[in-house]
Ligand binder design. Structure first.
Ligand code: FE
Ligand code: FE
Ligand code: ZN
Length: 286
């Protein structure tokens, strides 16, 4: 089954209800949101009444909670443990985000592995796993989805091997998964026209069953550019056909696909992009 949705915003007044209503208005059957600003640690409390009501709306509209996603803020950087105090802060903040996911009943949390800055790469990868080992608890109902990054700056996790190293060193293996991102994989250096080769390598080294989410973005940059600038689908270097082939690849059936493409003149492109994905036919929309 196709699970297709987009990034949507979450605000203090409507919380999960607003998220669900936006997703429904785009004809999406999944969604992703940040529980506050992705650049800051400012967070408002989760309202249980709003959450319960949202779950009811989801139920009535056949939106499955286990296919929906929360994205952790960018400020968490488990890859850089050079400052003990900051590293502990990142772990503590991640723990709070996990609690917020559980309170919202959305148990998939996408996390950027982070940037190693001055730390040697091997140590940085180990530092990500260690941070996860500290943040997670036995018996907790949460999936952490480590995102495949573009390798911009000193980002780690931009190869299958690096992600494999992170996963190998986590204790709670049943709670740590992978989120792919088509723009990031392109920018990290893979030609997505050969996506089945990528999946073969991924399956051999990590296992396709570890993929819990795929971000669907076109890219403004060429293969291997290490830039991470998303483009609307069909308007970038990856192209509509290639993205459609990934979205409908039978090996990735039932894995939620989430658009994180840019707004066009302050307007959300998601309803249109979801529509042309469902039609599998490109029409100009900007
Ligand atoms: Fe991300
Ligand atoms: Fe992404
Ligand atoms: Zn990105």
């Amino acid at each position: 089954m196709l699970y297709i949705g987009s990034h949507v915003s979450f605000n203090k007044d409507t919380q999960l209800i607003g998220v669900v209503e936006t997703a429904l208005s785009n004809n999406a059957n999944t969604f992703m949101f940040y529980t506050g600003s992705n650049q800051s640690t400012l967070r408002f409390p989760i309202d249980k009444n709003l959450t319960d009501k949202a779950h009811q709306i989801m139920c009535e509209n056949n939106i499955e909670r286990e296919k929906c996603i929360i994205h952790a803020p960018f400020i968490i950087n488990l890859a850089n443990n050079s400052d003990e105090r900051k590293y502990q802060f990142y772990i503590d903040f991640l723990k709070q985000e996990i609690d917020r996911c559980i309170a919202l009943g959305i148990n998939n949390l996408v996390l950027h592995p982070g940037s190693h800055v001055s730390v040697p790469k091997d140590e940085a990868l180990l530092s990500v796993s260690k941070g996860l080992n500290e943040a997670l608890k036995e018996g907790q109902n949460i999936n952490i989805l480590i995102e495949y990054m573009s390798g911009k700056g000193t980002e780690v996790g931009s190869t299958i091997d690096e992600l494999k190293t992170i996963l190998e060193n986590v204790i709670y293996k049943d709670k740590v998964f992978i989120c792919l991102d088509t723009c990031h994989i392109n920018d990290a250096g893979y030609n997505l026209n050969n996506f089945d080769d990528f999946l073969d390598e991924f399956d051999q080294k990590i296992g396709i069953d570890k993929i819990k989410c795929i971000h669907i973005n076109d890219s403004k940059n060429s293969i291997g550019a290490h830039k991470d600038r998303h483009e609307n689908i069909g308007y970038g270097t990856i192209g509509f056909e290639t993205l459609i082939n990934i979205i409908y690849n039978p090996r990735l059936d039932n894995i939620p696909k989430i658009l994180e493409t840019p707004f066009i003149e302050d307007k959300s492109p998601y309803k249109t992009e979801i529509e042309i994905i469902k039609q599998k036919k490109f029409i100009e929309f900007k």
